[in-house]
Design a protein around this ligand. Sequence first.
Ligand code: NAP
Length: 234
Amino acid sequence: MIQDRKIALVTGANKGIGLAIVKQLSELGHQVFLGARSLQKGLEAKADLSNPSNVHVIELDVADEDSIRMAFQEIVSKYDQLDILVNNAGINYDTWQNATNADLNNVRETLETNLFGAWCMIQNFLPLMKKKGFGRIVNVSSGSGAINDMGAGTPGYSISKAALNILTIQFSQLNQEKDVLINSVCPGWVRTDMGGSMASRSPAQGAETIVWAALLPKGGPTGKFFRDKKEISF
Ligand SMILES: NC(=O)c1ccc[n+]([C@@H]2O[C@H](COP(=O)([O-])OP(=O)(O)OC[C@H]3O[C@@H](n4cnc5c(N)ncnc54)[C@H](OP(=O)(O)O)[C@@H]3O)[C@@H](O)[C@H]2O)c1
């Protein structure tokens, strides 16, 4: 048993990078809620883990505020505490459209999960962190959302991740006085259903910097954007 055991929640964790984050945090000895919008898929993902004893599956659709509130109640009744929130759930790498021809309903749907989902999660769980005076929030972003390096592709996805980065900045500015650190991380190009089979990194490699940001020590950076444990431009 580790000395400083944390309670963590990872959204969209039934596969891909999210599942790799759950594996890494739980194998370090932390208690981890594996968030999945399909409870069945979450249970199947847990059943495949070689060391599932620290993992709790929780039904959580971040695009549904009622689902977020129910997950909050479940975590409060079990631990009355959340130390680490990883906003990993993400959708819709929309390579087929650009800003001119974009289907705005598709863009709205993307924002609902990638931006508003993370926003609502932080609104619900941050008070729990502030009450304890400790919290680590990691928003899983993407280089596609870096304004400094912005192209014209994937408009819904890129705008959702740029806006998610702004959320990181705004929430970090609002929470300077407690040991609550909020950062964005780009996992790199990762072999998942979203990233495709040609991507250069495994899910475990993609999860590495996210786990690092989730376990930053007191006085660590906040309101920043990282890849490979190094700060990058928003
Ligand atoms: N892969 C890459 O190269 C790459 C690069 C940069 C950033 N990222 C970011 O990394 C994160 C994880 O991506 P990934 O590559 O692991 O993608 P993935 O394999 O497609 O997994 C996405 C996960 O998000 C879940 N999800 C989608 N909508 C949700 C919702 N409304 N509520 C809760 N969960 C939801 C999915 O659940 P279902 O199984 O139910 O669909 C799935 O578990 C995303 O934020 C993505 O934008 C990925």
